[in-house]
Design a binder for this molecule. Structure first.
Ligand SMILES: [Zn+2]
Length: 171
């Protein structure tokens, strides 16, 4: 996975926002990037999809999933759009989040899934904002409560928050 590329895409998008307030309004950002975002009657095992037709991308998300999950799904599909739209015009994501066995098992697909997950985590939990939130609350990241608190601020799952914090080398 090309973390540098993913980070530079995410940073460019964050920079283009007039202000970064939390939680990140991911649906608004996807729309700003020219995507349609719609709730979809997806099967229970499908979290979301990205379909590109005539150059226009549509993100469908499973409206039956909890909000933190839907937000992650939209961010993940936006990641596919920003990073992989030349490679395919349809991405269907089963309950993928943090599971690597997905979308077929080819190495290329797995790398794309990892990149989309990393993209989602970086855009929903921007590094600077995470650091500031931790400083502001003077948190001890060893405590479960602190992770829960942070997850609430960023409107992500506690799992997503733990992964982000460890990938930022903060814990
Ligand atoms: Zn995916």
């Amino acid at each position: 996975m090309n973390i540098k590329l993913v980070n530079s895409k995410v940073n460019a998008i964050l920079k283009s926002l007039s202000d970064i307030s939390l939680p990140i309004n991911i649906e608004e950002i996807a729309k700003m990037r020219g995507l349609k975002v719609i709730p979809y009657p997806l099967g229970d095992d499908v979290s979301g999809l990205l379909a590109i037709q005539d150059g226009i991308g549509t993100i469908g998300y499973n409206k039956n999933e909890p909000k933190v999950r839907r937000r992650f799904t939209i961010a993940h599909e936006l990641g596919h759009y920003e990073l992989h739209k030349e490679k395919s015009d349809l991405f269907v994501d089963k309950q993928f989040i943090y599971r690597s066995q997905n979308s077929g098992n080819t190495a290329v697909n797995q790398a794309m899934e990892q990149e989309a997950n990393y993209f989602a985590s970086a855009i929903l939990m921007p590094a600077d904002q995470v650091r500031k939130a931790i400083e502001k609350a003077n948190m001890d990241l060893g405590s479960e409560e602190a992770i829960k608190e942070l997850a609430k601020i960023f409107e992500v799952s506690t799992t997503a928050m733990s992964i982000r914090i460890s990938s930022l080398g903060m814990f």
